[in-house]
Unconditional design. Structure first.
Lengths: 376, 279
């Protein structure tokens, strides 16, 4: 990346990003952050200043999907502005340097920019067996995360893995993987769950930080409320079909062709909170439910374990076979109780008849042949 | 062993020519709560099952099937909670047969009764262990069912607040979804429905069986509140000890009071409290 001394817009212009594109980006960020439009001026002013905070991007146990998502946002403003907004000093996947050179630059940032840089973490951190399952330059991920994230000004965990361990942490989790906030407790973290993260949200968090010098309001999982404050189901364009009772029952059936609700196909929209339906993907082109596939709640907490199976309404009941659903178990319980009751009823009728016979034999009108004290 | 104690354990039968009295056992809050809970469980089970598996696929342009089902489910759910709270209140305010002690096996006498009742159900004993109110095994069963109902209420409110985002509701049950994932809350909520349905089957049967055994107008008593019982059976009722017990302090108070009574009133209590004197 060419170094620049002047302000961001003119630097961008040199790369072919016009002032119009820049303002469009700022409007997009203000809209994503759900800020009133009067903040547009403030955002433009903040981003136009020649500030360039240092950013390091750590990759641990991951598929680099969040990096891909960041780089492949095809809309020029998002990618270019976000990449130019900050000085990216360390990012294994995209940096030019390698080996000792690369690690030296990370060490330089941690020492020289202590308390000033932003750390973005991608991927889970293994903790089993002293964290040997992910090492970079001979150091464990846990060791690196502890050093880098406790000396930074802000930490952002992008993607499901960095937030809660994601796929890596899914049962049986052989490497003891954890998300950043659990692996390195005590450091301030903003979690941007999702598989992968949505670049618009990550950019918006950075813009919020550069504009207001603090992180946006967070929820109980330390996720920004602007992105994770509303249920997908409540923002879904197929919601009217849900309320009406029009459901897809099979892939490719009439309802599927007509764009009806995917609830019966296991859509987890009623579970997940995310701004997926409004921000969307590929520059706002589409998102899973619009494309005809149910939501898998990729932005929900520990979704691999807790929202699977993805094509069923309810999770598998632990301890039963793969094909046994909660409904099977429920009807099984009802059936068993009904069966026992029926057998017992027959037994009671027989007992009643036997009692009558006993009474007749003894010539009594009433039971009482037995001692009646509670100790009997 | 005196006569009163014998009839306490014996099957109460109007045919015997004993002195039958009409006893107001189930007060109106108990009956109201019982029927509201029953009716709302019927409605909640049907609508709840539809929420799990929407088996009606509508086609009209003005259809609002799922919306209606959810509305009914939520409104009925809160009605259900109201009835449940009324019943909880009556655990502490009601008469001796509605009190919380009737539902917990806190006395050795209750343990013995529950064991005898279990033996009756297993055909190991001829006579059921009858009581004026609930027999101890029935009381323990209801306590279990109330626990399931309580879990159902908690999970239901948590699921409701997942949509509603109420700060007040979140204050009370906000801890639950972060402890157990929403999907598992749904699953628990769904599975307990089947437990309640299974209990319904058992409850109808055991009430029918007991009404035949006891001949005290058991089935009618949940409508009218009255049972027909022999006078000495009523006098020997073990529950009479718990009549005016202070509710919150519970077992400690009961212990203290019980001690006081056994020391102070031993000679006079032989007739009225014979249920314990046989121990």
């Amino acid at each position: 990346m060419p170094p620049f001394e002047q302000d961001l817009p003119s630097a961008l212009e040199r790369q072919g990003v016009s002032r119009r594109d820049f303002l469009e980006f700022c409007s997009l960020m203000v809209a994503t952050l759900a800020l009133p439009t009067r903040y547009l001026d403030k955002v433009v002013a903040a981003l136009s200043q020649p500030q360039k905070p240092v950013l390091v991007w750590l990759e641990f146990q991951d598929c680099a999907g969040n990096t891909e998502s960041m780089l492949r946002s095809s809309h020029p403003p998002v990618a270019d502005v976000v990449l130019d907004l900050l000085s990216w000093e360390y990012h294994e996947t995209i940096m030019a340097g390698a080996g000792k050179q690369a690690e030296a630059s990370l060490q330089r940032v941690v020492k020289e920019e202590k308390g000033k840089y932003i750390a973005i973490v991608e991927g889970a951190i293994p903790t089993a067996d002293d964290g040997v399952y992910c090492t970079i330059a001979g150091r464990t991920a846990l060791d690196i995360a502890r050093e880098v994230c406790s000396n930074s000004a802000a930490n952002i965990a992008v993607g499901a893995c960095a937030w809660d361990g994601g796929l890596v942490r899914a049962n049986p989790n052989p490497t003891g993987a954890l998300g950043l906030q659990e692996a390195v407790p005590g450091v301030p973290v903003v979690n941007l769950g999702g598989c992968p993260h949505n670049v618009a949200n990550t950019a918006a968090v950075l813009v919020h930080y550069l504009t207001f010098h603090e992180m946006p309001a967070l929820d109980q999982y330390n996720r920004p409320l602007f992105a994770y404050g509303a249920i997908i189901h409540d923002q879904c364009e197929r919601r009217a079909h849900y309320d009406a009772g029009r459901f897809v029952e099979e892939w490719g059936d009439e309802g599927s062709r007509k764009g009806w609700c995917l609830y019966k196909m296991g859509c987890k929209g009623p579970l997940a909170t995310y701004n997926c339906p409004s921000v969307r993907w590929n520059d706002g082109t589409s998102w899973p439910v619009k494309a005809g596939h149910g939501c898998i709640a990729c932005a929900a907490h520990r979704f691999w374990d807790w929202s699977s199976p993805f094509y069923k309404r309810l999770p598998k009941v632990p301890g039963f076979g793969v094909d046994v659903t909660a409904e099977n178990i429920g009807w099984g319980v009802v059936g068993a109780v009904a069966g026992v009751t029926a057998v017992h009823a027959v037994g009671s009728i027989i007992r009643g008849n036997v009692s009558k016979l006993d009474s007749q034999k003894e010539g009594r009108s009433k039971e009482g042949s037995k001692p009646a004290s509670p100790e009997a | 062993m005196n006569a009163a104690a014998q009839s306490a354990a014996r099957v109460a039968s109007p045919v015997s020519g004993e002195n039958i009295v009409r006893v107001y056992v189930w007060e109106w809050p108990v009956r109201i709560a019982h029927w509201v809970i029953f009716l709302s469980i019927v409605v909640l089970s049907f609508t709840g099952y539809y929420l799990y598996d929407p088996f009606i696929i509508s086609r009209g342009h003005d259809a609002f099937v799922m919306g209606t089902m959810r509305f009914i489910h939520e409104v009925t759910g809160f009605t259900f909670i109201a009835a449940f709270l009324l019943r909880l209140y009556w655990f502490f305010k009601g008469n001796r047969w509605a009190r919380w002690r009737q539902f917990l096996l806190v006395d050795p006498e209750q343990w013995r009764g529950a064991r005898n009742m279990l033996r009756y159900y297993l055909f190991l004993r001829r006579q059921p262990e009858s009581r004026v109110g609930h027999n101890p095994l029935a009381g323990a069963t209801y306590a279990t069912i109330y626990t399931f109902i309580f879990i159902e209420v908690l999970t239901g409110l948590a699921l409701f607040n997942h949509v509603r985002h109420s700060a007040v509701l979140g204050f009370f049950i906000g801890w639950l979804p972060s402890l157990i994932g929403i999907q598992y809350l749904r699953e628990i909520h769904f599975l307990i429905m089947f437990i309640l349905v299974a209990f319904f089957v058992h409850h109808i049967y055991s009430a029918w069986l007991m009404s035949i055994e006891e001949r005290s107008g058991l089935m009618g008593s949940i409508f009218s509140g009255y049972k027909n019982l022999p006078a000495d059976f009523l006098a020997a009722d073990p529950a009479s000890r718990h009549e005016r017990e202070f509710p919150i302090v519970g077992p400690g108070w009961a212990y203290w009071r019980h001690r006081g009574k056994t020391h102070g009133q031993k000679s006079t209590a032989a007739g009225s409290r014979s249920g314990t004197s046989g121990r």
